[in-house]
Design a protein around this ligand. Structure first.
Ligand SMILES: *Cc1c(COP(=O)(O)O)cnc(C)c1O
Length: 228
């Protein structure tokens, strides 16, 4: 595949336009929101196309896929990969070796394992704390009431740069239904004294930006439907 994909170019531009429009409505500077392109199950070539169009941050859900893509894309300067899926403790050393950001830290033991491993490799790792904002039993993330204490306990972990919080609110039909969750996330970030708020996806990025998202994680709207 050549580094030309008119569909992807149009879709990426459309997502940028949506971000700018939402920022305008919310009275925010458009630079206050970063786009994380969620490339899970999409090809390395698709990532290269997005990269050629200026996209630098990409999110993946599985450590194995993340590692394969990181290896295949080593030649791209300032590519920043994020793990946005669950991290099992036996994969900690793999993500630390890759040097990618981990946006889904949700327990102190996982944070400690990352910190210990990062120190042993002389690295610092960017992390976010994942919050189970809808308190859904099947979902990963710390429950909101535990977050301030978890964040406080993580402050001594000097190899972790804790930027803020990530949330995936419960699935809904109408993005408006997520607004109250996003609003509570912002209050939680303020209470914890952190800035970064990763929230909002293809269907609800506008509401998330209106409520204070600093990162939106967008897959389908950029890359199209995920191959199965
Ligand atoms: C897949 C995924 C996304 C992107 O979802 P889209 O609806 O395709 O934009 C965002 N965040 C997380 C954590 C994901 O797993």
């Amino acid at each position: 595949m050549s580094v030309f994909d008119a569909g992807l170019e149009d879709r990426l531009r459309a997502v940028h336009d949506r971000i700018v429009a939402a920022c305008e409505r919310a009275g925010r500077a458009s630079e206050s929101v970063r786009l994380l392109a969620v490339s899970k199950r999409h090809s390395v070539d698709a990532i290269r196309v997005a990269y050629a169009l200026g996209q630098r941050e990409f999110g993946e859900n599985y450590v194995k896929e993340l590692g394969q893509k990181a290896d295949a894309l080593r030649d791209l300067p300032d590519l920043k990969l994020h793990l946005i899926g669950r991290l099992q403790s036996n994969k900690v050393k793999d993500v630390v070796r890759l040097g990618c950001a981990v946006d889904t830290v949700d327990t102190l033991s996982l944070a400690q394992a990352l910190d210990t491993r990062a120190k042993s490799e002389g690295r610092a790792i960017d992390v976010l704390v994942q919050v189970n904002i809808g308190e859904e039993p099947q979902k990963a993330g710390a429950v909101p009431s535990d977050v301030p204490q978890l964040m406080a306990a993580m402050r001594v972990l000097s190899a972790l740069r804790v930027g803020g919080l990530l949330a995936i609110p419960p699935a809904v039909d109408d993005p408006e239904q997520s607004r109250s969750h996003f609003r509570r996330m912002r209050a939680l970030a303020q209470a914890c004294g952190v800035r970064e708020l990763s929230m909002g996806m293809s269907d609800d990025l506008e509401v998330a930006i209106e409520e204070g998202a600093t990162v939106v994680r967008v897959g389908t709207a950029i890359f199209g439907p995920r191959p199965t």
